[in-house]
Design a protein around this ligand. Structure first.
Ligand code: CA
Ligand code: CA
Length: 225
């Protein structure tokens, strides 16, 4: 638990910082390790370790020092060639500058939210953006269902009927939708997370605490969503 909630605006301001001018992209100097350490939950040593990890990941399939979506899926989910709605949306959320690749700065700022030191509500906000697949600002029943279905298709051991899934969607909505208007707002989601922090347990990667000691073989575990 931390109290540095002011940090979570850093990534948003970065996203808006770049001028949209034609032929003027990538003129901004990349953030230094020191800047990234001061604006994220990582120490300077951890940022340096992440730089090495990033160099490996970003050259795994395309040798250009940027993480493309297929490299992202391979690195974080050990999967290749399979489109997964969850992976696609996490990639979009990591891609702060919305240019379809993840640079080192985006990598560090986004992973920072998964750090054990990051406050719960910072994690809740990022999780909300992942769940809000169509970026409407609400989590709708259809989105809950698509996520549950995607997760279940990744876990052949769990067999649920269409009705079972619908029932799970209804239960989730009933628990979260305090206003009773049929979808989940950010505030309702944050309240749900306060009541049941375990539902975003996957937003904390303990391995990030040992990033300087060993390369994390990060595995998001979508089945724990
Ligand atoms: Ca990007
Ligand atoms: Ca939505």
């Amino acid at each position: 638990m931390g109290c540095s909630s002011s940090k979570n605006t850093a990534s948003q301001s970065t996203a808006k910082a770049g001028p949209a001018g034609v032929g003027n992209e990538s003129v901004a100097a990349p953030a230094s390790n020191r800047t990234l350490a001061s604006e994220t939950h990582f120490s300077l040593d951890e940022v340096a370790a992440l730089r090495e990890l990033f160099d490996t990941l970003s050259n795994s399939l395309h040798h250009d020092g940027l993480i493309h979506q297929d490299e992202f899926a391979l690195a974080l989910f050990k999967t290749q060639g399979r489109s997964n709605i969850f992976i696609n949306k996490v990639f979009q959320v990591f891609d702060i500058k919305k240019n379809d690749v993840i640079d080192f700065e985006e990598f560090v700022r986004s992973l920072s939210v998964f750090h054990p030191r990051a406050p719960l509500q910072e994690k809740a906000q990022l999780a909300f953006r992942i769940y809000d697949l169509d970026n409407t600002g609400w989590i709708e029943p259809g989105e809950i269902k698509r996520f549950l279905s995607a997760l279940l298709s990744d876990n052949p051991a769990i067999k649920l009927s269409e009705e079972d899934i619908d029932q799970l969607v209804d239960q989730t909505l009933e628990e979260a939708d305090l206003a009773g208007d049929g979808h989940i707002s950010l505030e309702e989601w944050q309240a749900l997370v306060e009541r049941s922090p375990d539902i975003i347990a996957y937003m904390t990667l303990p391995v990030l605490k040992q990033v300087t000691a060993k390369y994390p073989s990060f595995l998001f575990k979508p089945q724990t969503l």
